[in-house]
Design a protein. Structure first.
Length: 187
């Protein structure tokens, strides 16, 4: 079942993102935190948790997924027109975009391409979305079949600190719930 955990970890964050190689410039934005993910419906229920790092440099993004104790599970690098997944227990796998890559790896789609925007508290700007506000802040984003709830904003950054991303069972795809807790910059 270790391969199943690797695939579920990819699913969870997947939450992610850039092209082959490391960007030569420091990232414009970096997010670190914890994730948990559960999937049920199309198959028996599965759950996984760990840590994530998302780095954004222009249109390139990189996500690293680790176990709760810091062992690397996978890296997803995404740039326009290409996504690459690597990891200690994975063969290098490529796809035309993050969603297709993740579906190829685990058998269903996950909320990948909008993640960097959702972590900023906004919808991905090039695709249709419905948003709801709680006062002056966005509290819910509905995009690409996902409902993204911003459960808490950080006092330190005024950006989302806790997010829940949920998709119901549909077209043979399992129901998925991904929860993220983003670390504040000081730790």
């Amino acid at each position: 079942m270790p391969g199943h955990r690797v695939r579920l970890a990819l699913m969870a964050c997947v939450l992610a993102l850039t092209a082959c190689g490391t960007p030569s410039h420091p990232p414009e934005r970096t997010y670190n935190g914890r994730f948990s993910a559960t999937a049920h419906g199309a198959t028996a229920g599965n759950a996984v948790s760990g840590r994530f790092t998302v780095e954004v440099q222009g249109s390139r993004q990189v996500i690293d997924l680790t176990t709760p104790i810091g062992t690397t599970v996978a890296r997803i690098e995404i740039e326009p027109g290409r996504a690459v997944a690597t990891g200690p227990q994975l063969q290098t796998t490529t796809g035309p975009d993050a969603e297709t890559l993740v579906e190829r790896l685990i058998g269903w789609r996950l909320p990948v391409s909008g993640l960097a925007d959702w972590l900023e508290g906004r919808p991905e700007p090039t695709r249709p979305a419905r948003i709801q506000y709680d006062g002056s802040r966005i509290s819910i984003i509905e995009q690409d079949g996902w409902t993204i709830r911003i459960d808490e904003y950080s006092a330190a950054t005024s950006k989302p600190r806790r997010l829940s991303m949920e998709r119901p069972v549909s077209s043979g795809q399992p129901a998925v719930l991904v929860r993220l807790v983003v670390d504040d910059p000081d730790g």
